[in-house]
Design a protein around this ligand. Structure first.
Ligand code: ZN
Length: 465
């Protein structure tokens, strides 16, 4: 049996692991690379012909975990795709959105390169089209949490709660080959334990191999109880200054959590009354998935919904859909909150709002999620005084704030706590889905504390299980 790391190896995006054993060939995740320096990897073919892969198991619907699936289908994959019901629902939105963005990007890039008389490092065409997405969606089967699904060749997979986003899963892969058996746990993205909508991550007591994420392997988030207080402080300060609070959001989960916290602050009168704009049609559609996929929600939130508390609504919340409505926000006077995608400020409506407010000292830019290296969001968060936005340099004069507790990822302490539940050391622990320094720091910490064998794999590295 062997495992190959096809992405998220010393980087945070492009999650994809190839498993081969007993004649069964599987992929766990099929994610897109989003870090600028690794974009060309999206064009690399898998190590075997896509037609020979039996199944793809998806941990969750984020683009860096499912975003290359339509490309695999376009290249001949015809196997099964397994995911939880909420992931199936969300992946449809994510993949359609991705196909559309790629079509626009490719056209824009081709035009620019023609004008500049040069060629880019990879083809100026989309990785896949909406038609490829339409061929992919029927292949995805919904499987419930906690039920082992046979995959052939003595292999079976079980999906467990990961606590990261709605529908997110850790995947337990059990394989029996003669008298050799292996139990491999893929953590996917590990969430924080106390989240409003999703259940906490599953804990395990034994495994032969563990593949675990390490996004925040070198950092701690601080006290979770202070999220509402921090958010209220930022809102009050910005409102008192008469400015706008601009929040780059991720359409799945972070947007809904913010609405949840804003709702609680509004209903208990802890913040001044001011309009809150959700400027993301995608996030609005995700809200609908949250309403549909009741079974994926935490029992406590279900109890409150059933007691009459509105889900994802509060007085003052305005959902912005059309581009005209979005542009009209520029002319609004007075304090307001604007939440818009994309979460790392790499594209979308958030860039237009930043262009409007980034040089205004009365305004605040609030970060609530991970900002990958090289993104505009990371540059602003790192405190650059000047950033390139829409092709020209702009001074950052707005206040920059961050609420780390809102992150969808477990921090170093929570990752270590998750590992401590294992009663025996695994044969191997692989740390993935983290920038190199973060993964290496966590590996050292684990060696010191738990004395386990830890590997931080390289891109396309192959290991025997
Ligand atoms: Zn994720």
């Amino acid at each position: 049996m062997k495992l190959q790391f096809l992405g998220a190896a010393r980087e945070v995006t492009g999650s994809q692991y190839y498993f081969e054993g007993n004649g069964t060939r599987l992929l766990v995740d099929c994610g897109m690379f989003q870090e600028r320096e690794h974009l060309e990897r999206n064009w690399n073919p898998p190590p075997v012909r896509p037609r020979e892969i039996d199944a793809v198991l998806l941990t969750h619907a984020h683009l860096d975990h499912c975003g290359l699936l339509p490309r695999l289908v376009a290249e001949g994959f015809r196997g099964r795709v397994l995911a939880t019901p909420a992931t199936v629902d969300l992946a449809r939105l994510v993949l359609c959105d991705s196909a559309q963005i790629q079509a626009e990007d490719a056209a824009f890039k081709a035009k620019r390169h023609r004008r500049e008389g040069r060629r880019g490092p990879y083809p100026e065409k989309p990785l896949y089209t909406l038609a490829d997405v339409q061929r992919t969606l029927p292949l995805i089967e919904a499987v419930p949490y906690g039920r082992a699904v046979p995959l052939g060749g003595g292999a079976g997979a079980t999906f467990h709660q990961a606590g990261h986003i709605l529908g997110s899963a850790m995947i337990e892969l059990a394989v029996a080959l003669g008298d050799v058996s292996r139990r491999v746990i893929f953590s996917g993205d590990v969430g924080q334990p106390h989240k409003p909508f999703v259940r906490p991550p599953q804990q395990f007591t034994d495994a032969d191999q563990i593949v675990m994420e390490s996004t925040y392997g070198d950092r701690t988030h601080g006290n979770h109880d202070t999220i509402e207080r921090q958010l209220a402080d930022v809102i009050r300060q910005t409102a008192a200054a008469g400015g706008k609070l601009v929040i780059p959001i991720f359409a799945i989960e972070r947007a809904q959590e913010l609405i949840y916290y804003f709702g609680r602050l509004v209903r208990t009168g802890r913040i001044p009354s001011l309009p809150v704009f959700l400027d993301s049609p995608m996030a609005a559609e995700v809200n609908e998935v949250f309403r549909r996929q009741r079974d994926a929600l935490d029992p406590e939130v279900l109890r409150r919904i059933d007691a009459g508390e509105p889900l994802l609504e509060f007085p003052g919340l305005v959902t912005v859909r059309s581009v005209e409505q979005s542009k009209a926000l520029n002319h609004r006077k007075g304090p307001a909150v604007i939440m818009a995608t994309s979460g790392m400020c790499t594209a979308g409506r958030i860039k237009h709002h930043l262009a409007q407010y980034i040089d205004r000292p009365e305004c605040t830019i609030l970060f609530v999620g991970y900002q990958a290296r090289g993104t505009l969001g990371r540059q602003i968060l790192d405190g650059r005084r000047e950033v390139r936005l829409h092709g020209r340099m702009r001074l950052v004069r707005a206040r920059v704030e961050q609420i780390a507790g809102l992150s969808g990822h477990a921090d170093r302490e929570s990752l270590l706590a998750w590992l401590r539940h294992f009663a025996h050391p695994p044969r191997q622990l692989f740390l993935t889905h983290g920038e190199e320094q973060s993964a290496l720091a966590l590996a050292e910490e684990i060696r010191q504390e738990l004395h386990w064998t830890v590997t931080v794999p390289e891109y396309r590295q192959v290991v025997e299980l």
